[in-house]
Design a protein around this ligand. Structure first.
Ligand code: MN
Length: 286
């Protein structure tokens, strides 16, 4: 199932080029009061709610997909976890280029671990990336994003995929420079998730998915998740050995080689096999 959030916080099921508005099925969510949970309540209840969503989809109002504005499919992630260097060829290109590493210590993921991106940086495919610090390099990075479905702490790799709700195409937009990653990658609009959440049952093994990014029609990144240094099960084992992963938490799995700068008015097209494809506009934050 392809689950999207669109327009004024509507929830939809995407089938080919239409969206079926299933927002009414969310009446099945438990009632929450302050303090609200620090995880995403729709993702946490997705298994329970899924029959209602499928029932609602059968009689739902349909809208052409190209007429809706897509928001992040996860509304309230508790954290955005990200792998810094998880493709060997990206490691090689960063080490070779001072514009990328700025004399920061660069290590592969087994040494570097993870960083966190602010949840306030998150947008969906229908919202523009608003560039800041235009005197610096602002780079695109396409990544498979894994959405946690079940609470996971110290989960072994053999059980990790059972904790995944689904997958999105992720963009980890980055200002290059000497500061900590968590600052340079947490700018408003610098985390993109979309175009929708493709549930894990539609993907199966996430370890063999082609991914691609183009800017203004020119292909810049092209790889496959079978080139990940740590695959999804290993990443979830590693991350959950430090902190509990909650429903709606996002794990950006790292970008392959081919990163490069963005300019205002660029159009990014990012796709991952079986997950989806999205176009995202780039503008300037005024
Ligand atoms: Mn990245």
């Amino acid at each position: 199932m392809r689950l999207c959030r669109f327009d004024n916080n509507r929830v939809g099921v995407v089938e080919e080029d239409v969206v079926r508005d299933v927002t009414a099925a969310l009446d099945g969510l438990p009632a929450y009061r302050h303090p609200l949970p620090s995880y995403d309540v729709l993702i946490a209840n997705l298994d329970t709610l899924r029959p209602r969503i499928e029932e609602a989809a059968r009689t739902a109002t349909t809208l052409p997909l190209n007429t809706v504005s897509l928001l992040s499919p996860v509304a309230n992630p508790g954290k955005l976890v990200a792998a810094p260097v998880n493709y060997q060829k990206h490691y090689d290109e960063v080490l070779a280029n001072a514009d990328l590493h700025h004399n920061n210590q660069i290590a592969v993921i087994q040494r570097a671990g993870f960083f966190l991106k602010a949840t306030s940086s998150l947008i969906g495919a229908g919202q523009p990336i608003l560039l800041r610090k235009l005197d610096r390099r602002n780079d695109y990075e396409v990544e498979l994003a894994c959405i946690i479905g079940k609470t996971a702490s110290n989960v072994p790799r053999s059980a990790a995929l059972a904790c995944v709700a689904g997958y999105c195409v992720g963009l980890d937009i980055t200002i290059r420079g000497p500061e900590e990653r968590s600052l340079r990658k947490s700018v408003d609009t610098y985390s993109v998730l979309g175009p929708w959440l493709t549930t894990a049952d539609d993907i199966g093994d996430p370890g063999h998915l082609a991914l691609q990014l183009s800017v203004n029609g020119t292909v810049r990144q092209q790889s496959n998740t079978n080139d990940l240094i740590l695959g999804i099960p290993e990443l979830l084992e590693y991350a959950s050995s430090f902190y509990t992963l909650y429903p709606g938490d996002v794990v950006f799995t790292g970008t392959p080689e081919g990163v490069g700068p963005l300019q205002p008015d660029d159009v990014i097209e990012a796709s991952i096999e079986r997950v989806g494809s999205m176009k995202v506009d780039v503008r300037t934050a005024l």
